[in-house]
Design a protein around this ligand. Structure first.
Ligand code: NCD
Ligand code: ZN
Length: 347
């Protein structure tokens, strides 16, 4: 690896896991993503959730209306899997251009109360997805209160993902925002139809970040940051060159006052500096040459989509992350607020 380049040009990247919300909040965050990424998979956990092809297409139009002039950005839409999603909605969704269906175990995270209560209830819908070639995106945590919060991902793999993989051998599955060594190992060995996204914050921080000098709610997301050994396993997976791992920011904006709260919301906002944060993590691992595969190549290959034709250039140009961005009527505190980042994506 040649040492410390001052600029890096990669194929234009995609974000394979993103929350943009709706309304004025959405208008505030979509420009950040559209400035860096050509496409992003849009999570359906609105209130109420996006559960039909028609709702997904209407949401897509609302997102497109927030893309600044002169930027080309394509939102890739998803449906929210509920106990009642009818199997015949899958073909309709596929024909409308919906790219995937998201499984939230009921109660696992922000806006997931409509999620699946028992995988047996959605077998026929999963069969329809397998037939249609529609990938399943998984929030991989069990929700049982008796399982320790930090163990919920590993237990999900054992109890839910292994049987799901066995029962639907032809279904494409993406385990979203993995956070543990167990998940990285599982994905590495699970065959070509199973992949994972990894966030920049799980590559950069371990759980100490949440508790340094007092409780720091802006580092709280789900699945929660884990201990250092897990962070190292994620860095190894992301920089391994394996096509099973690709970029998904899980940028999840919440009003700052609802994160700085007695029961603060889960989610880190990273879209303001997504590729810069990943570049920082890859450079720290001496693996900047692997960033393009992770950010721009492995995702389209898994989803059977073409690679983007444009490029994105990053320059070593230190800049300070603003303390806040506007967010509708509220303020949005970005990850790394007030800190200096080494890389800057060029407009
Ligand atoms: C996400 C959100 O806020 O929508 N929060 C998070 O902590 N990642 C939901 C999710 O992806 O779990
Ligand atoms: Zn998410």
């Amino acid at each position: 690896m040649p040492s410390a380049p001052d600029s890096l040009t990669i194929t234009r990247p995609d974000d394979w896991h993103l929350h943009v919300r709706d309304g004025a909040a959405m208008a505030a965050v979509v420009p950040h993503t559209a400035a860096q990424f050509a496409r992003a998979i849009i999570m359906p956990n609105l209130r109420p959730p996006v559960t039909t092809a028609a709702q997904a297409m209407a949401y897509r139009e609302r997102i497109l209306a927030c893309v600044p002039e002169g930027l080309a950005f394509e939102p890739l839409m998803t449906l929210y899997l509920t106990d009642k999603l009818p199997p015949d909605e899958i073909a309709r969704a596929r024909d409308a251009g919906v790219v995937a269906v998201k499984l939230y175990p009921a109660g696992a995270t922000t806006n997931s109360d409509a999620g699946v209560t028992d995988l047996r209830k959605v077998h026929r819908t999963l069969e329809a997805m397998q037939r249609a070639g529609m990938p399943l995106l998984v929030h991989g945590e069990v929700t049982s209160p008796e399982i320790d919060l930090f163990d919920r991902e590993a237990v999900f793999i054992e109890q839910q993902l292994v049987p799901l993989r066995r029962d639907f051998p032809g279904l494409k599955i993406v385990m979203e925002h993995i956070t543990t060594r167990e998940a990285a190992q599982y994905i590495r060995d699970a065959g070509p139809l199973t992949a994972a996204t990894i966030t920049a914050h799980h590559l950069l921080y371990n759980r100490n970040a949440i508790f340094t000098g007092g409780i720091r709610p802006h580092y709280y997301c789900l699945p929660v940051l884990k201990r250092e050994t897990h962070r190292l396993a994620l860095v190894e997976a992301a920089t391994s060159g394996s096509p099973r791992f690709f970029l998904g920011t899980d940028s999840a904006p919440h009003p700052a006052h609802l994160k700085e709260h007695a029961t603060g919301c889960a989610g880190c906002y990273t879209a303001h500096a997504a590729i810069e944060l990943y570049a920082q993590a890859f450079e720290a691992a001496d693996a900047l040459d692997r960033l393009e595969g992770f950010a721009s190549v492995h995702g389209p290959a898994f989803y059977d989509l073409p690679r983007n034709s444009g490029t994105l250039t990053l320059r070593r140009q230190p800049w300070t992350v603003p303390e806040h961005y506007p967010f509708g009527e509220a303020a949005l505190k970005p990850l790394g607020a007030g800190e200096t980042l080494a890389w800057k994506a060029q407009a």
